[in-house]
Design a protein around this ligand. Structure first.
Ligand SMILES: NC(=O)c1ccc[n+]([C@@H]2O[C@H](COP(=O)([O-])OP(=O)(O)OC[C@H]3O[C@@H](n4cnc5c(N)ncnc54)[C@H](O)[C@@H]3O)[C@@H](O)[C@H]2O)c1
Length: 423
């Protein structure tokens, strides 16, 4: 039947055409030729399209596509190393809120991909946030990240950061902290990125004789973590003071960081395998949730108000605020150093009591011997940062801070969902 599929098949078949009569042949041969030409044309066009597609640079796993590859007037593009981690993710969120462009680099050895996913959900617009999975110990990858991306400033958070672990694995700490910071500095020099905000620590002071700790307090670290950070600071200072280095650096020496985003968008979720090294707030919540049977307080015979260690607990929101202020104040050819703390010393025992109040759980506490590498008491004098950057800690009610962090933790009993895929 003319027009039926069967009919169409028949008239388009060369065999059928070949079997046609002469008049059919006269008609059929030029038609076959034109079909052949058409097929050759289509095949050639497809080959050309494929070659074009193959020649296009595929998006690099080390970033550099779209807005991230170009400097844009009025937009500061900040490379946040360790942005999947606790402090780095809070900092990235604040930068994004303030209109910065953010590239996070993290090897996910400690951080949470789920935190990056949370940021992506909050800031979905293209050109705002990109995540690069890379190890900062890989100098080729670091160079390529700086090559591919138009970075204006670096906030270098990425580090292993547990005092006890540093006593057991010093080489890992010197490599991860000191050597990787050197690598970042070299890449910044090569690619002419001038501004660096560096995450340092009160652990660089060791156990000073006089409290509170000012920026002039001698740095005599007593564990590899503090020593590695101090060495990194020295590398930075030596380079910035070289003629024509043209770098602007702010070193922030944090005291003990606690808390989480007051709006509940991010939290502190130490990965289960890191529990053994745990920081006090994570451990308190783990004990309150019954994930660990009890809280272990290490050392009750220090020369302090109640025998337990005394620390200065700075809220992560305040700390991040100091970073943003530092970014705005970094001056060319200078290294500014600031303590970031509340100026208030709180004992571990006081912390535990506040945690019990905040969670409403009667947490069982086991008192143990001192942990090697710990110092008795440290708290900051934050006068310099207040005077020069107009920064001051505002989240200073420990129980309130813990209650907010606890709310997030309770609603995320298994921490972040790290099964997400951003690649
Ligand atoms: N948490 C505190 O109380 C505190 C106190 C003082 C200083 N600091 C400093 O603040 C920074 C951030 O600490 P945090 O508490 O958020 O730790 P964190 O472990 O939560 O985050 C660190 C992040 O860095 C990443 N990272 C580690 N090594 C890396 C590498 N080689 N390449 C790429 N990524 C890597 C980890 O995967 C992780 O996401 C660190 O430099 C730490 O020394 C923290």
């Amino acid at each position: 039947m003319p027009g039926s599929p069967h009919h169409r098949r028949r008239i388009s078949s060369p065999r059928q055409g070949g079997a046609n009569n002469i008049s059919g042949m006269d008609y059929g041969v030029p038609r076959q030729r034109s079909q052949l030409v058409l097929k050759v044309f289509v095949a050639a066009s497809l080959t050309a399209v494929c070659m074009f597609i193959l020649r296009q640079p595929s998006p690099s796993p080390l970033g550099g596509s779209g807005a991230f590859a170009k400097h844009e007037t009025g937009v500061t593009h900040v490379l946040v190393t360790g942005g999947a981690g606790y402090i780095g993710s809070h900092a990235a969120m604040r930068l994004l809120e303030e209109g910065y462009r953010v590239t996070i680099v993290d090897n996910l050895s400690r951080g949470n991909l789920g935190a990056v996913q949370a940021l992506k959900t909050l800031f979905p617009r293209p050109g705002r946030l990109q995540f690069i999975y890379a190890d900062l110990g890989d100098s080729k990858a670091v160079d390529e990240i700086f090559q591919n991306n138009a970075i204006d400033a670096v906030m270098h958070f990425a580090a292993v950061a547990y005092v006890g672990e540093s006593m057991a694995e010093p080489l890992r700490y010197y490599h991860n902290i000191t050597s990787n910071t050197l690598g970042i500095m070299e890449a910044m020099k090569k690619h002419k990125v001038q501004t660096l905000i560096y995450s340092s620590t009160c652990a660089t002071y060791g156990e000073p004789e006089k409290m509170p700790i000012t920026e002039e307090t001698p740095q005599v670290p007593i564990n590899p973590y503090g020593k590695a950070k101090k060495m990194a600071e020295e590398i930075i200072k030596d380079y910035v003071h070289v003629k024509n280095a043209d770098m602007a650096v702010v070193i922030l020496r944090y005291f003990n960081v606690i808390g989480s985003d007051p709006k509940g968008r991010l939290g502190e979720a130490p990965r289960p395998e890191l529990r053994a090294h745990g920081r006090i707030s994570g451990a308190c919540f783990d004990a309150a949730m019954g994930i660990i049977p009890r809280l272990e307080v290490k050392g009750t015979d220090y020369q302090t108000k109640d025998g337990t260690c005394v620390r200065d607990y700075i809220h992560v929101t305040d700390l991040v605020d100091a970073h943003v202020k530092a970014l705005g104040h970094a001056k060319l050819n200078s290294v500014a150093v600031y303590n970031v703390g509340t100026g208030q010393g709180i004992s571990v025992q006081e912390f535990v009591d506040a945690c019990k109040k905040a969670t409403g759980v009667k947490i069982e506490v086991k008192y143990l011997d001192r942990r090697p590498g710990d110092y008795a008491e440290v708290w900051s004098d934050p006068a310099k940062i207040k005077a020069q950057l107009n920064w001051t800690a505002t989240h200073v009610n420990l129980t309130e801070n813990l209650a907010i962090a606890w709310k997030w933790r309770k609603s995320h009993p298994d921490g972040y969902d790290n099964s997400v895929s951003l690649f």
